[in-house]
Write a protein of this length. Structure first.
Length: 138
């Protein structure tokens, strides 16, 4: 089977399906398959202040998030409108997140402006890492 790719929109380049979308969706729902998210940007944040710093800017409480557990969070503008939807995990040394590739430069620029005197290092790691996801027992 060959991959059918998304041809336009935010997910351009993503794998839409491999020829059997209904069967593939069922496998995903049962936790028997992975979804390729390599079209999304991967960003890492290192430094001892990373967790507190990112927690103070996002909608989700991230200070109590266990190491290795994924969470979803939002970055809002001053009027409360959603600017970014992020999926993130802390591995104990760095915070890793993925977001829409088209929004990554804007997000990285914003995060770098918000560092002030804190020990955080924001890096676009999209060229080195890719994301995948699953549900259930994968």
């Amino acid at each position: 089977m060959s991959a059918v790719l998304v041809e336009s929109g935010l997910d351009v380049g993503a794998i839409w399906h491999f020829g059997e979308p209904n069967q593939e969706q069922r496998a995903l729902a049962l936790g028997n398959a992975w979804a390729d998210l390599s079209h999304r940007a991967v960003i890492s944040i290192a430094g001892k202040d990373r967790t507190t710093w990112i927690n103070n800017m996002m909608t989700q409480e991230l200070l109590t998030l266990p190491t290795g557990e994924w969470s979803e969070t939002l970055l809002l503008d001053a009027q409360g409108h959603i600017e970014q939807q992020l999926f993130l995990v802390d591995d104990g040394e760095s915070l890793w997140m993925h977001t829409e590739a088209s929004k990554a430069p804007e997000l990285i620029a914003y995060l770098n402006k918000m560092k002030f005197m804190l020990d955080v290092d924001v890096q676009d790691r999209s060229a080195e890492f890719a994301s995948a996801t699953c549900t259930g027992r994968c």
